[in-house]
Write a protein that binds this ligand. Sequence first.
Ligand code: SF4
Length: 294
Amino acid sequence: MSTMPPCGVLTPKDFKSELRPIWCPGCGDFSVLQAVYRALAAVNRPPHEIAFVSGIGCSSRIPGYTTAYGFNSVHGRALPIAQGIKIARPELLVLAAGGDGDGFSIGGGHVAHAIRRNVDIAYIVMDNQIYGLTKGQLSPTSPRGAKTCTSRLGSLEDPVNPLLYVLGYGCHFVAQGTPADMAGLTAMIEEAIRFPGFALVNIQSPCVTYGEEEQQIKAHRAKMTTLESLGHDSADRIRAMDLAQHYGTELYTGIFYRNPDPPPSYDSLVLARQEEMMAKAAPRERILEVFLQK
Ligand code: SF4
């Protein structure tokens, strides 16, 4: 962890680590990083109360650029590690981050279980529809027809729909953002952090080196439609699923679904059970007494 910021009200700068990002100039992940700094400052939790876990990929460098406890872990395994941290240390604010490959291919199986357990983690996916770190292979969210170094003539596969996927598993908070709308992106990350349960923010974060033209910020600006402008009610899960079906054709941004009455998170249930068991346990003096009598 880097140097501690002063006490009191935190600013985005307090979350900027001493490491200089080595992403390609113009990469969308720079904007995501700025939005994370701003959201963390708004939440005003000091860095020593935050754990930030990632998998492997360009975007998974993000904990290193953030002043907090960081863990750049194993490909696809950010969520099991983040869940373990949250259950062992429920008082920490836990963030997990990664790319679309990390979240929906290599680590795809973990997403469903993190959702059904509902561990209080904000999961930020930088979805650029390509494997950038390994130089531009087809990823699980690459669109059909995408020409990459592993699909020279165009992909023959349909992409995973990350929004529908997590809504289908019952995720209680689902949002999608783009660096083309920094205010909106920051607000949804902040809301995801504040949400008392597993929350997913899927960010269309352009890969300027290997991504296609229609996946760049300029195209996002022209294409994006806020869910607010459609009058979408974020408490309406069925409508959210309906809108999520347009992933890949439309660029809807905002909060698709936020359970207005979220159930208790898994970590809070574990904590309550531990307290219950402790209360039922015989006092230490009595145990010692019985032991000494024998
Ligand atoms: Fe960003 Fe793509 Fe460069 Fe990776 S390869 S740092 S995703 S622009």
